[in-house]
Design a protein around this ligand. Structure first.
Ligand code: GLU
Length: 289
């Protein structure tokens, strides 16, 4: 078993992160497996070296140890470019210049009919730039966002292509469930996702899929909030010829009001508890481990 924890260095780790990291770490330790870290710093405007250092400090304090030097996404640009080039050459990507506001306006235009539909990344892209694809360039343009032409990508896999992944419940040890979905689910609920950003040659979806494969991760353990993203990741694995790992989508740690903890929830920061004299064992109890 190879598990991982993949935080973004954009703020303090909180109780939700502690839960996720401990679950993945303990699972690897229990089975004599391997636990690795990945610093997801593709958001260049919000990532800070100080936050990265605090991640290492907080994890070490929690008793989490990792078995290889951490992977940093900002060091992975050649791999991202090479995957983008592969998809580009197959005609599956197109540049997109739409702003959020353009997308909202196009999606809610009266002629579209019905309510605008939301997918895991927000509004489902209405396809404005898809029509402008006709590009014979040998490589994708720099400094422009690139979208995956989802219908074309799925058509290439075959209309009756079946997608699935195994969902493992680490806490109860219940039998693993196989989750199935179809190409039609992807076109109606996800659409043309961003694979490369204007300011960085990868999106969350592309980098996570390539990095989990590069780190040979066998079990992805992360929050339920990413369940829908997993379907996207499975599709990308099929397109790029990568193995699909097993997944565990764990419950989310919430505050007293039932709200999911966010990065800005400094009050639940691990370092805050630590300064207040709380022990790592008590943190485990607080998150229900
Ligand atoms: N970097 C993401 C986060 O901090 C986690 C991504 C993942 O586990 O796939 O929320």
């Amino acid at each position: 078993m190879i598990t991982r924890f993949a935080p973004s260095p954009t703020g303090p780790l909180h109780l939700g992160h502690a839960y996720s990291a401990l679950l993945a770490h303990d699972a690897a330790r229990r089975t004599g497996g391997t636990f690795v870290l990945r610093i997801e710093d593709i958001d260049r405007s919000r990532s800070r070296p100080e936050w990265e250092q605090k991640i290492y400090d907080d994890l070490a304090w929690l008793g989490v140890t990792w078995d290889a030097p951490p992977m940093r996404q900002s060091d992975r640009i050649p791999s991202y470019n090479s995957a983008l080039l592969t998809l580009w050459k197959r005609g599956l990507l197109y540049p997109c210049t739409c702003t959020r506001r353009d997308i909202a306006a196009a999606a809610s235009a009266p002629q579209e009919g019905g309510e605008p539909a939301f997918g895991p990344d927000g509004l489902i892209y209405p396809g404005t730039c898809r029509a402008k694809t006709a590009s014979n360039a040998l490589a994708p343009p720099d400094g422009q966002a690139l979208r995956l032409d989802m219908s074309k990508a799925l058509a290439g896999l075959g209309a009756d292509h079946a997608f699935s992944f195994e969902e493992v419940d680490l806490l109860t040890g219940n039998k693993a469930k196989r989750i199935h979905f179809t190409p039609a689910d992807m076109t109606s609920t996800v659409g043309d996702i961003i694979l490369s950003r204007k300011d960085f040659p990868a999106s969350y979806h592309l980098s996570v899929v390539l990095d989990d494969a590069a780190q040979d991760v066998s079990h992805v353990i992360r929050g339920k909030d990413l369940f829908d993203a997993t379907m996207i990741h499975v599709v990308l694995q099929h397109l790029l010829g990568l193995k699909t790992p097993r997944y565990t989508h764990h419950r989310l740690i919430r505050d007293e009001q039932g709200k999911r903890l966010a990065k800005r929830d400094d009050s639940r920061a691990i370092s805050r508890y630590r300064d207040d004299g709380v022990s790592p064992e008590e943190i485990r109890t607080m998150v229900g481990l």
